[in-house]
Design a protein. Sequence first.
Length: 248
Amino acid sequence: MPNIHSNISFGLVNIPVVMNPLIKDNDTSFNQLHKKCLNRIHYIKYCDHCKSEVKEKDIIKGYEYEKDRYLTFQKEELNKLKPENEKEIEIVSFIDIKDIDPIYFERSYVLETEKTSKAYNLFCEALKKAKKVALAKTVIGSKFYYCILRFASYGIVMTTLFFKEEVMLPDDLKNSNSSEKELELAIKLIEERSGKFEPDKYQDEYQNNIREAISDKLDGKKIKSVKKRNKNQINDLMEALEKSLKKK
């Protein structure tokens, strides 16, 4: 995704920023090949009605309002519907981040200035001192978002939010029927295994195994199977808790 130029709109103050993704895809990339000849498989856009391949310039968007009946939209028509703040990150209000369930967080970007900006630095300091995050709205590509802006040591981080209709929350849990002893053991197990979040320690085991397998194949070696631990299933909750505490 290319860097996106935008502006933070804070009252009458406009702060030019460049939006850079904070997350990258770490998965190993594979191509689809024809098993018979090992040639690359290509995707062709094909019209069943015309019995022919269709070029990109001949494709339009259609909304199916009845079975096999469509309302068509040209790109120019859809552009007319974009909000006026398309090139802007418009701040709506300031809120406490603890008021937002993390399930609404989607994708994060760092907002950087192209050069030293007094307004940018002031906004960073204000967010830090106020201990608030800014709730804002913007457009990225063709999608409208609400988002939050928060202070971080490396700049302002913008995280887009899912809309309520996109999040399928289940019903609240019913009251637990656990005994006091079971609850006591569960809490003890939590305390015994408590620690700090240390992202440097967490590795993508599956991707590491794939990269190792690629290296082995290039060297003419066979792929080694990953050793899997056998876990004994314990149906009695109290017994499972007690044995978990004994096992470090």
